[in-house]
Design a protein around this ligand. Structure first.
Ligand code: NDP
Ligand code: HSE
Length: 445
């Protein structure tokens, strides 16, 4: 197509809410690749109006030709704005701004996973009623096109399960702690300086951000409503370096995983530190990179890998959504790709299984007194609960402790049974409570 052909239609005019890491990246990518993007859309995309809290703050992008304001609602209300891009973050005022844009019939592109995970069901309903849409590729796994892959590329499949490293900050911290022995606080500060972390970094380290993303992926993979409240969430902050070291001795890496799995009786949704065999590709995803392993009945395992955070990787996803939205502007709303992959009337509620019903392997670290019979007592409790031990290592006691560590790996079993066995072990006089428990996934099918 020639340049004149893609300028035949008037440009699509975008209102941008937020000029931070992602907003700045969006402006840079749209400016640098303007011609390529216009060839793909059949018309140009121009940011005409943008909002931030501070108009005099230094920016990573040029703001030439963009009308600036501190009033984001004026961007939404601007009749010249065709599409609203929300990259401010937070629940409010982002929620009210997106609702207003939809009620004006304007499509919205957002990177705001917290908002989609909590309010997505109602927002999609409103968008559909208004004949418009909310696009949110950037809300999950940064630059990886995982939403499009789940919704379109894997549309032939019954998706059985997915497991992913879906928080860049958390993975960046884990990798630096493992490889460079750096402190948690020091690496987190670097992730913040690089623009990876959430406004409240507790969302990253406590698994909440990953739970938002898992909620979104599961809804699309299984055609169910978004159910953030059903996600079991355990953060990284309690993880101890000795467990990372013992896991490696046993041939495993510890990663913060989001796991969604379909069962006849419901779905499991969980985010927690997880031991993964070293030979799995996911175990070798390091730094700010994310990866999502999706198992479809026809395709088998597929792995999606890329940068999980940062200005331009995230902008890649936001701008891809913009291109999609521009392409749909002239399409009949009833023939668009549905928000949750199935047509709205086919979204079916699925119960979320309690964590006690989940089956998984376990890494246990017990601190025990160095005395005869301790190991026999522990083995008896495990045997009484029908628990199979896969591997065990016993370590020397340190000079400062009267207890020595015993590390066990179990075969998969129901969490409720493991909970009962741990209570019984912790009740032994010779065992220092609490027992450290980290779940283990083979990711083998
Ligand atoms: P930043 O904090 O870097 O940017 C937020 C921007 O929004 C800033 O420009 C800020 O203004 C502006 N803003 C915030 N509140 C208001 C308000 N009330 N009125 C006007 N402007 C406001 O955040 P990020 O760019 O990192 O993240 C934005 C969104 O993208 C979040 O939802 C985040 O979860 C998501 N996301 C972020 C990724 C990343 O790698 N950073 C990756 C994927 C998703 P000012 O600059 O003046 O303070
Ligand atoms: N804080 C998020 C992360 C940004 O580190 O993954 C990308 O969603």
């Amino acid at each position: 197509m020639t340049d004149s052909a893609h300028t035949a239609l008037p440009p699509v005019r975008v209102g941008l809410l937020g000029l931070g890491t992602v907003g700045g990246g969006v402006i840079n990518v749209l400016q640098r690749n303007a011609d390529q993007i216009a060839r793909r859309c059949g018309r140009r995309i121009e940011i005409i109006h943008a909002a931030a809290r501070r108009l005099d703050a230094p920016r990573i992008c040029s703001l030439d030709g963009i009308l600036l304001t501190t009033d984001p609602m004026s961007v939404v209300e601007n009749p010249a704005v065709d599409i609203v891009v929300e990259v401010m973050g937070g629940m409010n005022p982002a929620h009210a701004l997106i609702e207003r844009a939809l009620s004006l019939g304007k499509p919205v592109v957002t990177a705001n996973k917290a908002l989609i995970a909590h309010e997505g069901n109602a927002l999609f309903e409103r968008a559909e009623a208004q004949g418009t849409l909310v696009a949110f590729e950037a809300a999950v796994a940064g630059g990886i096109p995982i939403i499009k892959s789940l919704r379109e590329g894997l549309a032939a499949n019954r998706i059985e399960w997915l497991a992913g490293i879906i928080n860049g900050t958390g993975n960046f911290i884990l990798t630096a702690m493992r490889d460079a022995g750096r402190s948690f606080a020091d690496v987190l500060a670097e992730a913040q300086a690089l623009g990876y972390a959430e406004a409240d970094p507790a969302f990253d380290v406590e698994g909440i951000d990953a739970a938002h993303k898992l909620t979104i992926m599961a809804a699309i993979a299984f055609g169910m409503p978004l159910k953030f409240d059903g996600v079991y969430t355990e953060g990284l902050s309690a993880l101890q370096t000795e467990d990372v070291r013992y896991a490696r001795e046993l041939g495993y890496q510890i990663k913060q995983l989001g796991i969604a799995r379909r069962h006849p009786e419901g779905v499991e949704l969980r985010v927690h530190p997880t031991l993964i065999p070293e030979r799995r590709l996911l175990a070798n995803v390091d730094g700010v990179k994310n990866a999502v392993l999706v198992w479809g009945d026809a395709v088998g395992p597929t792995l999606f890998y890329g940068a999980g955070a940062g200005a331009e990787p995230t902008a890649s996803a936001v701008v891809a959504d913009l291109v999609d939205v521009v392409r749909t502007l002239t399409a009949d709303p009833t023939h668009r790709v549905p928000h949750l992959a199935v047509v709205p009337s086919e979204v079916s509620d699925l119960p979320v299984l309690p964590m006690s019903e989940v089956t998984t392997g376990y890494y246990l670290r017990l601190m025990v007194r160095d005395q005869p019979g301790v190991l026999a007592n522990i083995a008896r409790i495990l045997a009484d609960h029908g628990i199979n031990i896969e591997a065990m290592i016993q370590k020397e006691a340190s000079e400062t402790s009267a207890h020595l560590p015993i590390v066990l790996l179990t075969h998969p079993l129901r969490e409720a049974v493991m909970n009962r066995a741990i209570l019984a072990i912790e009740a032994l006089d010779s065992v220092q409570a609490p027992v450290v428990r980290i779940r283990v996934e083979s990711l083998a099918g």
